[in-house]
Design a protein around this ligand. Structure first.
Ligand SMILES: Nc1ncnc2c1ncn2[C@@H]1O[C@H](COP(=O)(O)OP(=O)(O)OP(=O)(O)O)[C@@H](O)[C@H]1O
Ligand SMILES: [Mg+2]
Length: 415
């Protein structure tokens, strides 16, 4: 292994697909992708773990691809958390920091964060992140970083991202077991992870939203003044379009999927020829109008959900940089055209940018979340301690006494 090389891993547990990306973090902070992989996901419904026994196998299959491509064992990763239980709550708090002219230190910041959260996040929820968007020192607001400033009374306004605690526990359980054997550094909502890989800091400063259009969920994150302002998940996705087509057109899901991927579009009401799908010697014909009606009805529901989130967040029709769409569902032809009319904002398609590496494969909208998770993982201290190490054969591991599964991995991390 290269001296002091750091490896970061992001794993996106989708309803349809598990995707993982490994990056090598250069000394200058540059990130190059050294491995990626995907596998068919099972045991996940609407983004949430519904069965503990099946997902580890999919994770293991996916990581085997990543490990053989990179030659690095995956021991730890940052992982997605998804589902309509993910919530964003505005909180505020105040603490007295002591005598006048006290210099604000790390302890003060930890104390004010605890005060802000206390009593506002129910006990059955886990706080994933607290994002301060303003500090007020002795009545003077608009402060972003109070560390080192002088004052006696500190106030905070922040956004707390939380998820149901049992969902978080289940997500860790599918990683931290004998099959998958991965220590989870952080759980990160899919939309905020994707934002990391796709959005620029300028967009986040001006006001922008990201929409992760998955198979069964649509995640939304809104940024303004450089900070995360809102996260939410609409429990409807692109699989619902497929299922509706199958039901209404009375056809099997495979044919419905082909109709969606090859023929559906976000431009409705334009005359078009009938759609013909071939299967061996058989030919199936579907009315363009009927397909359009089904697709439009579902997309309308999805973007109504997105619009509702924009309203709750206070950003309806007021995001200068508009919305950026990612996820497999964003590949539906001209979906940006449709979305623009529905949300009355500028809409464009996004994909991960600005990373070097082995493959164009991860520069795709459906990889945005996994790439973003990897970038977040790259910022954790434990990666620096070498949680992901050069691949060793099973025999070599045993010889070194490192074959003991998860506990051994943790010990290794904290060495
Ligand atoms: N070219 C395409 N056109 C239209 N839809 C597509 C295309 N490619 C993929 N999709 C759809 O994207 C969806 C899968 O997206 P993605 O892989 O982002 O989901 P996921 O992450 O597994 O699910 P979730 O995030 O909801 O848990 C499927 O419904 C699939 O039909
Ligand atoms: Mg997804």
């Amino acid at each position: 292994m290269e001296e002091n090389a750091r490896y970061a891993v992001g794993i996106d547990i989708g309803t349809n697909t598990v995707r993982a990306v490994m990056g090598k973090i250069g000394k200058d902070g540059s990130i190059s992708v050294v491995g990626y992989g995907e596998s068919v996901s099972e045991g996940i419904r609407r983004g949430r773990v519904k069965e503990l026994s099946v997902p580890p196998k999919a994770i293991d299959a996916c990581l085997k691809t990543v490990e053989s491509m990179s030659g690095i064992n995956v021991g730890a990763a940052t992982v997605s958390i998804n589902g309509s239980h993910i919530a964003s709550t505005k909180v505020d708090g105040m603490i007295a920091v002591g005598v006048a002219d006290h210099e604000i230190n790390e302890d003060d910041l930890m104390r004010i964060e605890d005060t802000a959260i206390a009593g506002k996040i129910p006990a059955n929820r886990e706080t994933l992140a607290l994002v301060p968007y303003e500090y007020i020192l002795d009545g003077q607001g608009g402060i972003r970083e109070p560390l080192g400033m002088h004052g006696a009374r500190l106030e905070i306004r922040a956004n707390v991202i939380s998820a149901l605690a049992p969902d978080c526990d289940n997500m860790r359980k599918i990683f931290e077991n004998d099959v998958a054997q991965v220590k989870v550094h952080f759980l990160e909502p899919t939309a905020t992870a994707a934002a990391r890989a796709v959005l620029t800091s300028r967009q986040m400063e001006n006001g922008v939203g990201i929409v992760d259009m998955g198979g069964s969920t649509t995640g939304v994150a809104i940024y303004d003044e450089g900070e995360l302002q809102f996260v939410g998940v609409v429990p409807i996705g692109s699989n619902d379009v497929t299922n509706d087509l199958a039901t209404v057109l009375k056809t099997i899901p495979e044919i419905a999927e082909e109709i969606k991927v090859r023929f559906a579009s976000g431009r409705f009401g334009e005359p078009g020829k009938d759609i013909v799908i071939k299967r061996g010697r058989d030919e199936y014909t579907f009315s363009r109008k009927e397909v359009d009606d089904v697709v439009e009805a579902r997309l309308e529901e999805i973007f109504e959900g997105v619009r509702k989130m924009l309203k709750i967040a206070g950003y309806d029709k007021r995001l200068p940089e508009g919305l950026v769409l990612v996820g497999g569902g964003s590949k539906l032809r001209d979906i940006d055209v449709y979305a623009r009319d529905q949300v009355e904002l500028a809409v464009r398609l996004g994909k991960p940018e600005g990373i070097l590496g082995v493959s164009e494969e991860v520069m795709k909208p459906e990889y945005a979340t996994a790439v973003g998770l990897m970038m977040i993982d790259g910022m954790t201290a434990e990666v620096r301690r070498g949680a992901n190490e050069e691949k060793k054969t099973k025999a070599a591991k045993k010889k070194n006494g490192e074959g003991g599964g998860f506990v051994a991995r943790i010990l290794k991390i904290f060495k």
